[in-house]
Design a protein around this ligand. Structure first.
Ligand SMILES: [Zn+2]
Length: 300
């Protein structure tokens, strides 16, 4: 089954792009990044062995070895769950007897982007944006801090914590959709960047509509609520013969309120012969209500 994340990874550095990647420094970075993020071990006769499963990584590692003119041996076998595992065996002198530089970020900007791409390919996971916005990397503290540093240079906010029951590994994550989109832009995954952007727009429109609907129904409820309150008061004044004692301007507003109970204040404004503002009506209704309440308290 292919996932959103797998699709992105498969298309991140397609083999059709290899020929346009013509800088040796970047291929060197790609090769070393494999040894930074994947497990490897020193074998007999000064050899190093690294195991790679995913086909897009196998192709990329093989290409880097070819471009850098490094001799290698490739062996494939089947894992217990019937997956093809590729073993690459190279001379340990590719590290010039020192693996310390695997813990340091490459200097060149061009190389740093490739380093980040390989980090994502080897230890990154991006969830389907239709479900939630989440990108994470799982690796050693040193690797996680280096990733955080590169992201910070790009003004992407990330956080990390130690993996539960695993003292060697840390999880770094990005949650903000803006940061995710920015990240995909940096690693050059434009197609998926657009896909996330579309999902975000759809979600945004949906949320906006829901807010709008909630806001409107809250307003309608408010209109009905206050309309009912005034209508009850006006009806009481009619039933108790008090209505005619009200000032003319209040009688006018009372009549319209009772006649059009579902209209809000703005709509009521339009029904007056002489133009009246919303706050003008509001003021009259309150006065009316106050007078009726006062009269009511005398009677009761
Ligand atoms: Zn480079």
């Amino acid at each position: 089954m292919t996932s959103f994340c797998h699709d992105i990874k498969e298309n991140l550095i397609p083999k059709e792009k290899y020929h346009s990647m013509n800088k040796n420094c970047c291929w060197q970075t790609i090769l070393f990044a494999f040894f930074t993020f994947k497990n490897y071990h020193f074998a007999e006769n000064n050899k190093i062995e690294i195991k790679i499963e995913e086909l897009f990584l196998v192709r990329l590692l093989e290409q880097s070895l070819k471009n850098l003119k490094i001799d290698y041996l490739k062996e494939s076998n089947l894992s217990l769950n019937n997956k093809i595992i590729n073993h690459f065996i190279v001379d340990s002198d590719i590290f010039t007897n020192n693996t310390a530089h695997l813990t340091i970020l490459p200097k060149n900007k061009c190389c740093r982007i490739y380093w980040l791409k390989i980090a994502f390919l080897c230890i990154g996971y991006l969830s389907d944006p239709n479900k939630n916005y989440h990108l994470e990397f799982v690796s050693s503290l040193n690797n996680i801090e280096n990733i955080k540093l590169i992201l910070a240079e790009e003004e992407i906010e990330s956080k990390y914590y130690q993996k539960a029951n695993d003292s060697d590994n840390y999880i770094l994550y990005i949650k903000k959709s803006d940061d995710l989109i920015h990240f995909l832009g940096i690693i050059g995954s434009n197609k998926y960047l657009l896909e996330i952007e579309n999902v975000r727009i759809e979600k945004g429109i949906r949320n906006h509509l829901i807010r709008q609907i909630n806001y409107e129904s809250a307003n309608i409820e408010k209109t009905i609520e206050s309309s009912v309150k005034y209508i009850h008061a006006i009806e009481w004044s009619i039933e108790n013969g008090f209505f005619n004692e009200l000032p003319e301007n209040l009688k006018e507003v009372a009549s319209l309120r009772v006649k059009y109970p579902d209209k809000n204040l703005r709509e009521l404004c339009e029904l007056f012969e002489k133009p009246l503002t919303k706050s003008g009506i509001n003021h009259r209704l309150r006065r009316l209500y106050g007078i009726i309440q006062k009269e009511k308290s005398k009677v009761i």
